[in-house]
Structure formats: structure tokens, C-alpha cells
Design a protein around this ligand. Sequence first.
Ligand SMILES: C[S@@+](CC[C@H](N)C(=O)[O-])C[C@H]1O[C@@H](n2cnc3c(N)ncnc32)[C@H](O)[C@@H]1O
Length: 248
Amino acid sequence: MSGDQIKLMGNWRKILNSRDRISGRNRDLEYSWDAYDKGLQDYSIFFEKVCPDKKAGLKLFVENTLSDRRGQAVGVDVGGPGLMLFQGFDPNFFYKTIGAILLKRYEYSEILDEKHTIIEADCLKARGLRRLKNSLGGDGKVDILFERMLGGIKNYPASPEYLWSLLNNLYKLLRTGGMMFAQSPDLRGKEDKQNIQNWLDNLQNNSCGSLELKHASMPSMVHNVPKEDVYEIIYLRKLEGAPDDLPR
Ligand SMILES: C[S@@+](CC[C@H](N)C(=O)[O-])C[C@H]1O[C@@H](n2cnc3c(N)ncnc32)[C@H](O)[C@@H]1O
């Protein structure tokens, strides 16, 4: 074997080893979550503060508001298997549901719910979003989207720019009339936190009826962090005349 060939083999080995390390780490992490594939009731409590109809609760709010989509509705759980979540809804409400996670655990290799699919997609990256979009089929649009990664999101950057791009990418998947409930990463820096909260307030108050938004600050779930550390929970609905991108 020539010197160049040996060098090439060495490079490939390095690439393969690093891929194994990454997927090994992801695999361990995916099996380590305390809260995993939680049901609709758990999500309802988590998003209670931003649910526009607290009396009806999350389930009835979604089903009533999107009643014209009954039987055709598409639901996505970004950052969760979504199986238990979507089973909490009326069985005739959804046409199709998807859970998008980093790694599919072995217990989900065979799912008996024929409407539900679990895909592996890093939804914070363009490639993962493309994979999610492709698996939606039809017009590639979503009626109801949840993103509640809990500890899975807490360490992603919390700059205004990053949060805008995260929410905007999910917002772009929504059909007109569609809605999402999302969790932000932990907001730590005082200035970033203020800027993000101002931006959300601004969207809430100045979107001329084409967006509906509610947000609330929640204390960080991380142990031993300053009590000023919070994350935001966000309800966002895209209405007729809404812009293609979320205003910054
Ligand atoms: C703590 S579990 C939460 C599961 C579920 N949402 C629930 O509330 O029961 C965190 C999940 O976030 C997923 N996750 C983290 N980063 C992700 C990303 N960039 N794209 C898709 N899923 C992600 C992980 O794969 C993991 O399944």
C-alpha cells in the first residue's frame, strides 16, 4: 500500500471513529431522560399558562379551534416520540402524526398506531428540518406542532438570533390557521433575556391580527442556577395574512 493510501485509510478511520462516538453519546443520552414520551395531560400542565382557553384545556382548545381540520389534521412533536401525546386526542381528529427525535429507541421499532411515525431528525439543523418536511407528505404543512424538549433544549444557545431562527423554522411549517406550543432554551444573560422578552411582547401586541402569540416565563428546571434563569413557553398561531417569516 502506498503512503498516500495509508494516509487516506487513516483519515477514514478517524471519521468513522468520530461518527461512532457521536452516535454512542446520543444513544446514551436518548435512554437517559427521566421524562420521555409523556402524555397530553403532562403537556397540558406544562403549557397551561399560555393556553388561550384555560377552561377548556389544551385538548379541547386544539380540537375546537382546528375543528375544520378534523380528520385531516397533521400533528408534529418536535423533540419527542409523540406517541403518548397524540394518543390523548380524539382518535378521529388526526390524519397523521409524527414524532421527531435525535435517535429512535429500540422500543419504538414497531409501532402499532398506523397514523403515527417516529423519525430521526435533528430539527435544529437544515437537514433534519428537510427530513421532517419530507415525511409530512401532502402539502408539507402542519396544523399543530409541539416542541417540548425539556432538558433536551436547555443548553442550546439562547441568543435572540438563535431563538428567532428556531421558532421561525417551526413557524414556517405551519399551515395558515395552524398553531404551535414551544419551549425556549434557558435564557441566562440579562440583556439577551430582556431582548427576547421584548421581542415576544412586540409580536404579541403588534402583529395586526395575523399572528396570535402568548408567552410566559418559567423558572429554569436546572438545579442550583440563579432564580433569574428562566425559559419561555410560547403559544403561536399563524392566521390569514401572516408573514412568511416571523418578524424579528
Ligand atoms: C427530555 S426528552 C423530552 C421528550 C418529550 N418531548 C416529552 O416531553 O416527553 C428530550 C428529547 O429531545 C430530543 N431532541 C433534543 N435535541 C433535538 C433536536 N435538535 N432535534 C430533535 N429532537 C431533539 C431528544 O432526542 C429527546 O427525545
